[in-house]
Design a binder for this molecule. Structure first.
Ligand code: FAD
Length: 245
């Protein structure tokens, strides 16, 4: 039984997972395909990359960040989700996957644009627009079913990467808030920031001294230099209805 299972390891699911895992929740991401962002040719409106970034590189780095935070990954398409005990949602949820072992989790985040039929047995509430269905949520991504959340485009957020990432983070925080995790802000601050004012370092925060700050900066620069040293070999995925020679 995981604390959190996130269906969909695209932009929103990965962002949510970083926040739940960093708050100490045992987090599994299950993904059955690829992010729609893999179709992009050059990601140029994500803050922090002044001349844009290869979208596949961005996804790769975000997955690495999630792994570093302690997130575990499984490959597989989720086909059905239902409560373990229909009368007691606190018992969690069981997920069936195509050809894989069933999974169990206390909380479930659906970040699986554009699939949500596996949620039908849970009756979370969805809205149909054109050929797409969106999961109805409150401002924290909570659905009508306690313990079930939706994030990113699936929750009818606008269709941009930064928004899907921000929404995923927000939904991750709602999960943390609704769980027993002792959480404050997930901040790393210079030594003395809290203790220098006679305050305890709040849960989920960390004070680091200058040596540690320089060490982390060194590691961060090294990993980014390595990641961007060579262009990626992967091509954008073409729309399935475009004929390819
Ligand atoms: C051609 C194209 C270009 C784009 N260019 C830009 C751009 O330049 N700038 C920008 O800001 N945005 C761009 N976007 C939009 C951006 O890609 C999306 O807004 C963003 O990826 C949405 O994030 P998400 O997490 O909601 O969905 P996704 O990133 O698509 O993640 C959903 C994940 O769920 C998985 N999944 C689905 N169903 C299941 C299931 N049943 N079981 C398990 N896993 C499942 C999928 O495999 C996928 O990995 C572009 C989109 C397209 C199509």
């Amino acid at each position: 039984m995981r604390d959190v299972c996130i269906v969909g390891g695209g932009v929103a699911g990965l962002a949510a997972s970083i926040f739940t895992a960093r708050a100490g929740l045992d987090t599994l991401v299950i993904d059955g395909g690829e992010s729609i962002l893999a179709r992009n040719a050059s990601l140029e409106n994500y803050p922090g990359f002044p001349n844009g970034v290869d979208a596949r590189r961005y996804l790769q780095l975000t997955r690495e960040q999630a792994r570093n935070a302690g997130v575990e990954f499984e490959l597989g398409r989720v086909t059905r989700a239902e409560p373990i005990e229909a009368t007691d949602l606190e018992e969690g949820f069981a997920l069936e996957t195509e050809g894989g072992d069933p999974l169990e989790a206390r909380r479930l985040i659906a970040a699986s644009w554009s699939s949500s039929d596996y949620l039908v047995p849970l009756d979370v509430g969805r809205t149909k627009r054109g050929s797409k269905r969106f999961v109805n949520v409150d401002t924290g991504g909570r659905t009508a079913v306690e313990g079930v959340y939706a994030a990113g485009r699936l929750a009818d957020e606008p269709h941009q990467t930064i928004i899907a990432a921000g929404h995923g983070a927000k939904v991750g925080l709602a999960v943390v808030h609704d769980s027993d995790a002792n959480f404050y802000h997930d901040w790393v601050v210079p030594e003395g920031y809290f203790t220098g004012r006679g305050r305890e370092v709040p849960p989920g925060c960390e004070e680091i001294d200058d040596e540690e700050r320089r060490k982390r900066d060194e590691q961060a620069r090294e990993s980014m230099l390595e990641a961007f040293a060579e262009p990626l070999d992967e091509e954008p995925t073409m729309h399935p209805s475009v004929e390819q020679n």
